[in-house]
Design a protein around this ligand. Structure first.
Ligand code: ADE
Ligand code: ZN
Length: 322
């Protein structure tokens, strides 16, 4: 087996790294009944028709995350795995509203994750950033309240905001105000767009939310003008191939548009999205792409270098990785 290339991971939901074994251990620790007796029972439920069928299980299983220690353990487990997959820098999403809605306060979540992230460089050789994601199927008002409650962490633990959850029917335009406020507060901006949703959502994310990266963006290829815009402005696209197949955005990995995106001159990166649910971490995505699409060494090196170019590292930090 070849050594994984050093890379940055830019599209990773920390809640999507919850492995079945850890979910069961946390359920036992917190006295929570799960309708699954074993890790294999849980894994057997990981068969998805679309994004929503995945989100239903993803939110349900979060019930096991209750204490600061739970969030620390979750992040610590990801960091240890990520390092073995060649990750040197990780910009990590979290979904605060999925926790506050069930009575776990923001402080517990952020400080729990922060405990693992603060020592990540020293313990795992991984630098990190935390990206607060708004759930787009909730209201704009809820997003605004979430932003306000997270202000104490701006610029320290939280350095960016994102937009995720059920895409179709929840266009970026719904969140224009909260993204403008986040921008004024000096945060970086990203958004999921063009995963299941149409190219128009990618235009809106760029023009109305003024995001610096598009998460997924695979449906951009349906719009030539959009591809030209993304190429010209070197807007990074954080693509998640195994996720796209598991959520049936793409039929088979052999049909994945990533090679076409590279050929079109787009700044594409490879990421794992929710690796516990989708069959692999970031290097597993690189290997699966190599097997299915015959990615060559030069393409793999380009993708790894792109991940650092697309990151929010400053120029000096980035230069250390390239
Ligand atoms: N939340 C976690 N994973 C997601 C995905 N792939 N798309 C949208 N929201 C998500
Ligand atoms: Zn995602």
């Amino acid at each position: 087996m070849t050594t994984p290339l050093p890379k940055a991971e830019l599209h990773l939901h920390i809640e999507g790294t919850l492995e079945p074994e850890l979910a069961l251990a946390l359920a036992a620790r917190n006295g929570i009944d799960l309708p699954y007796g074993s890790a294999d029972d849980l894994r057997a439920a990981y068969s998805f028709r679309d994004l929503q069928s995945f989100l239903d299980l993803y939110y349900a299983l979060m019930a096991v995350l209750r204490t600061e220690q739970d969030f620390t353990d979750l992040a610590e487990a990801y960091l240890a795995r990520a390092r073995r997959q060649g990750v040197r820098h990780a910009e990590i999403f979290f979904d605060p509203q999925a926790h506050t809605a069930r009575g776990v306060d923001l402080r517990t979540v952020v400080e729990g994750l922060g405990r693992a992230l603060d020592s990540a460089e020293q313990r795992h050789g991984i630098t990190t950033r935390l990206i607060l994601c708004f759930l787009r199927d909730l209201s704009a008002e809820d997003a605004l309240e979430t932003l306000e409650s997270a202000r104490p962490y701006f610029g320290t633990l939280i350095t960016a905001v994102g937009l995720d959850s059920a895409e179709v029917g929840n266009p970026p335009s719904k969140f224009q105000e909260v993204f403008a406020l986040a921008r004024e507060a000096g945060l970086h901006l990203v958004a999921h767009a063009g995963e299941e949703g149409p190219p128009e959502y990618v235009w809106e994310a760029l023009d109305l939310l003024r995001v610096e990266r598009i998460d997924h963006g695979i449906r951009s290829l349906e719009d030539e003008r959009l591809v030209e815009r993304l190429r010209r402005e070197r807007v990074p696209l954080t693509v998640c191939p195994l996720s796209n197949v598991r959520l049936r955005c793409v039929d088979r990995l052999e049909d994945h548009p990533l090679p076409r995106m590279l050929e079109a001159g787009l700044l594409v990166t490879v990421n794992s999205d929710d690796p516990s649910y989708f069959g692999g971490y970031v290097e597993d995505n690189f290997r699966a792409l190599t097997a299915a699409l015959g990615l060559d060494e030069e393409q793999r090196r380009t993708l790894a270098a792109n991940s650092f170019h697309a990151s929010f590292l400053d120029d000096k930090q980035r230069a250390a990785y390239l």
